[in-house]
Design a protein around this ligand. Sequence first.
Ligand SMILES: C[S@@+](CC[C@H](N)C(=O)[O-])C[C@H]1O[C@@H](n2cnc3c(N)ncnc32)[C@H](O)[C@@H]1O
Length: 284
Amino acid sequence: MNNESKKPREKLLELKNPSQINTEDLIAIILGHGSKEKNVFDLSKELVEYIRTNLNNSITIEELSKFSGIGTSRALQIISALELGRRFKWTQEKIRVHKIGQGEIIQGDCLDVMKTIPDDSIILAFTSPPYHNAINYEEHIKKLEGKIKYWERKEVSYDFYRTFLIDRFKELYRIIKPGGHNVVNISPVGWNGIRVPLPFHFAVWMEEIGWQFKEDIIWEKEIAKDKRSGVLMQHPYPGYYYPSLVAEYVLVFQKPAGKKEQNNIYHFRSPKEKQSNKLDMGDY
Ligand SMILES: C[S@@+](CC[C@H](N)C(=O)[O-])C[C@H]1O[C@@H](n2cnc3c(N)ncnc32)[C@H](O)[C@@H]1O
């Protein structure tokens, strides 16, 4: 029997490589069988035709259900398969994974990366988000690579920046385990000539997402003191004094969890797990 006359499932089992199976057969594998009116091959052909011509529009359950033999559950199967394909293709283009020892570094926009991570799966996030208007990171990298001499500041509205952060910390909230922590290094920033109290705004944005505020740690920057006394030297009058920037904030938030919740990271830990994570108190 040649491959043409074989059933789609048998073809895939034998060839083991889905890229060698035609699209109608792949749909037929998802469907499993046809309907009273139509065999699975004809139904698959019609569906492939419909999907091809509507790839740029949204393919909805309602539209798929108009095909005889396609009910809600089959429409959901097809939509899920299409979304999986789209998601992984897009992920492959935008994300790089570098294996390091037993772990991995995933390189990409953190929003794209987090979308590939399941709910409630991370214990700790520690981040220093970009100061969007302070550094133009795309050009900054080019300067470091010696491709350009100077980088230009990129004007970004505070509202855009707020949405940028909220989108990402909302996604982080989804993937952090209940009881897990989100530690953020953040500081006031200069914005159009004004010093904006970013950490204080940020704490409110985080609370609106659902994060529980836990700690405000002051990072004293011994070697990175940003002296602002030059203005006073030039204008030695009251009103020209600006304190040197010697510290940044490190804000700690937690994803709330009920004590009895099974997935709360601080409960239901086995004695073995607890023991293997015992801290060396000599460090304190
Ligand atoms: C304030 S710096 C923190 C630098 C970091 N502490 C370090 O030592 O490399 C912000 C960093 O976020 C990166 N970044 C900016 N936008 C990002 C995004 N959407 N996803 C992931 N990283 C991003 C920038 O390239 C930059 O390295």
